[in-house]
Every structure is written in structure tokens, then in C-alpha cells.
Design a protein around this ligand. Structure first.
Ligand SMILES: *Cc1c(COP(=O)(O)O)cnc(C)c1O
Length: 373
């Protein structure tokens, strides 16, 4: 036997979600975002499961691209933040990578470099996120300079990132979209625009390429979920077991600091999962879990290797009962990572990327022949 905490990764669900992105964005090509080890799901396994479907993968940095190339992934890969220093360019060239270009120092480095093959490049314009990218006026100048150097760069696209595509209020999103489309029209530029919330909720803003990330992993980023986002399938199920049970009288504190105190006679189950596995210590009392497929809640602060849950209303639950921290139970019950995130005052992205290496990943499905729906 081993510690029962496992992150089950359903690669058929990943393929289903990718196909949903394709279906929602029929006139656009979906680049699957695999940064941060595929949001904690394992970039190599996810890339192998998607490589027959995608035009390209996207990662944050060259190190992540090298990991994929070393694993034999030959699909185009885009560096979402481009190069971090000019000395990366020979490797970008050798590995056949694509890149974004957001700053003049990158532009000068690329124009001073002679690649074996021109580098496919997305020029990033800041349409309102105010993080990376050229101002619209500076983007025009940069675009013209790049377009004049076909031996350095090729397949130029105008790229931008939305700050509020997840919000129900579309005001700022629409402003960003109008701004980038006006610029694209002036330049005659193809575009790369939508992140997951825009793929799901803003068909007018997909661009020639879109860049879904979190939706591929089954999380719904929208403030108000929509018909499409309800069709996502969870990819990661983080599951463990009850390893001990305590019968407590009323008024007994549980765990560090005694944050939770029993109201009446209580059964408290101890679960093998804690913040040392990446589970969020901000989880409040009342954070949902599933025990043998039935709803239960966290009672007491999360500790490093364990947490405590309330089994008072689940008399059949005991040592060895399955506990789902998020995902799907073996009985088919679902606990969305988005729901758990709300109780941790965070978003699914931090919970998924936060699952630490000590948690084994166990993969099912994922080949072109395995069932999809
Ligand atoms: C991470 C990232 C995405 C994907 O965002 P999601 O919200 O996960 O879909 C898209 N574009 C860029 C530039 C990113 O950094």
C-alpha cells in the first residue's frame, strides 16, 4: 500500500474540452496552452494526448518548450512571453519554436539575428491589459519593421490579451476588442486573441488563432457560466482516503488553533492530503469535499499532510472511504474545482497549478482511438 492521495488525469476529458474549443471557434485555430506543466496536469502527457488535434502548443518560456521537444513532441510551440534574453534565439531557431514579441529590445535582437528559417512571430499589442505589449501606435511601427524582414520573421500575427473576458460586464472587454480590431484592420494583420473565457463567451473575439488554457482542463472561468462552459469535463480528480476517525463530544476544538469547534457529538475524519501536497491552506470551514461520493465539508485548518472533514452526517463513512478534494468520485459524483476555489478565496488556476510533485499523477485515456463524449 502507499499513501492514497492521487491526481487522476482523464486525457479523454482533455480531448473533449479541446474539441469543444474547436467547435465554439470554427473559424479560428485553437492553440492549446500547456504552460506551468499544463496547469499542473503534466505537460508531456497532455501534449501527447492532444498532438494529433492541435495546430500548435503554447508555453511560457523556452525551458517548457525544451521539455516538450525532449519528449519527442514535434508540433509547433509558441513562447507566450517570447525570449527573456537574446542568447535564446539560436535555440528558438534550432528547436523550430514560434514566439511572441512584446518589446523593442526583443525586436532589435531578432532583427540582428540570422535564423536558419524565419521565426513565426506574434507581435503583442497592449489593448488594455497593461502588462506585456506595445502601445497601438508603437505596434504599427514594430509591425512595419518586422514585415520588412522576411528572412528574420514569418507568419506575422497581431496578438493581444483580454483582461476582463470572464466578467459579466462586457464594457472593458469590448473596448479592448474594438481597439485591437481597428489596429489589425489598418495593418491588414491576422490576429491571435481569445483566452478561455473569450473562447466560451465571445465568439466575435476569437481571432484567427485562439489560446484556450484553463478550459482545456475542465474549469469554467466565467463569472456567469454559459451553456458552452457547462459542457466542459473535469480533467483532474484529486482523490484520497479517510485514514482515521475521531468521535468527539460537543465543544471540542479540531486541529491547529482550534478554528473549528464541534457543535454537537461529532465524527471527524482525517484525510491524507494537506498543503504540503498543494491543497490551499486558505480553505475555510465548510469547504466542500466528497466522501464516498456524498457531500461533506472541511472542519478545521488544513495541515501539511492532512486535513479534517465532518463525517457526523455520514455514518457509513470510515477508514478507507474515498475522499474527492475536487473532480469526479468513483461513484460518478462531481465536485468542481471552481467551487472549491471560491472557498479558498482564489481561482481554479492556483489550485490546479499548485498540486505539488509529491502527488502522483495517474493517467487514463488520451489516444486518438479512445472514446470522446
Ligand atoms: C495563460 C495564457 C492564456 C490562457 O489563458 P486561460 O485563461 O487559461 O485560457 C492565453 N494567452 C496568454 C498570453 C496566456 O498567458
Amino acid at each position: 500500500m502507499a499513501r492514497p492521495l492521487i491526481a487522476h488525469i482523464d486525457l479523454d476529458a482533455l480531448r473533449h474540452n479541446y474539441r469543444l474549443a474547436q467547435e465554439l471557434a470554427p473559424g479560428s485555430r485553437s492553440v492549446a496552452v500547456l504552460k506551468a506543466d499544463a496547469y499542473g496536469h503534466g505537460a508531456v502527457a497532455c501534449a501527447k494526448a492532444l498532438e494529433d488535434l492541435v495546430p500548435a502548443f503554447a508555453v511560457a518560456a523556452i525551458e517548457e518548450a525544451v521539455t516538450l521537444r525532449d519528449a519527442g513532441i514535434a508540433t509547433p510551440i509558441v513562447l507566450l512571453e517570447g525570449i527573456f534574453s537574446a542568447d535564446e534565439l539560436p535555440q528558438v531557431d534550432a528547436l523550430g519554436l514560434s514566439m511572441t514579441l512584446h518589446s523593442d529590445w526583443q525586436l532589435e535582437a531578432v532583427l540582428a539575428f540570422t535564423p536558419r528559417r524565419p521565426i513565426p512571430t506574434w507581435l503583442k499589442v497592449d489593448s488594455g491589459m497593461h502588462r506585456l505589449g506595445y502601445s497601438p501606435a508603437a505596434a504599427e511601427v514594430a509591425w512595419q519593421r518586422l514585415a520588412a524582414q522576411p528572412r528574420c520573421v514569418t507568419d506575422l500575427h497581431l496578438m493581444s490579451h483580454f483582461a476582463t473576458a470572464d466578467l459579466a460586464d462586457i464594457g472593458y472587454f469590448s473596448r479592448q476588442h474594438r481597439l485591437v480590431m481597428a489596429l489589425a484592420e489598418r495593418l491588414g494583420a491576422p490576429t491571435c486573441l481569445a483566452n478561455s473565457p473569450a473562447v466560451l463567451a465571445h465568439p466575435e473575439a476569437h481571432g484567427d488563432y485562439n489560446r484556450p488554457g484553463v478550459m482545456l482542463y475542465g474549469s469554467d472561468p466565467l463569472e456567469l457560466s454559459c451553456e458552452a462552459s457547462r459542457r466542459l469535463h473535469p480533467v483532474m480528480s484529486l482523490t484520497s482516503e479517510i485514514i482515521a476517525v475521531r468521535e468527539l463530544s460537543p465543544g471540542e476544538p479540531v486541529g491547529y488553533g482550534g478554528r473549528f469547534t464541534t457543535a454537537g457529538p461529532s465524527r471527524i475524519g482525517v484525510v491524507a492530503c494537506g498543503y504540503g501536497d498543494g491543497y490551499d491552506r486558505h480553505a475555510v470551514d465548510g469547504t466542500p469535499v466528497l466522501v464516498d461520493g456524498k457531500p461533506s465539508v472541511i472542519a478545521g485548518k488544513v495541515s501539511m499532510d492532512m486535513m479534517t472533514v465532518d463525517l457526523t452526517d455520514l455514518p457509513e463513512a470510515g477508514i478507507g472511504s474515498e475522499v474527492v478534494l475536487w473532480g469526479v468520485s468513483r461513484h460518478g459524483a462531481l465536485l468542481s474545482v471552481d467551487d472549491v476555489a471560491r472557498y479558498c478565496d482564489t481561482i481554479s488556476y492556483t489550485l490546479l497549478t499548485g498540486v505539488l510533485p509529491r502527488v502522483p499523477r495517474r493517467y487514463v485515456g488520451g489516444s486518438a482511438s479512445s472514446p470522446v463524449d
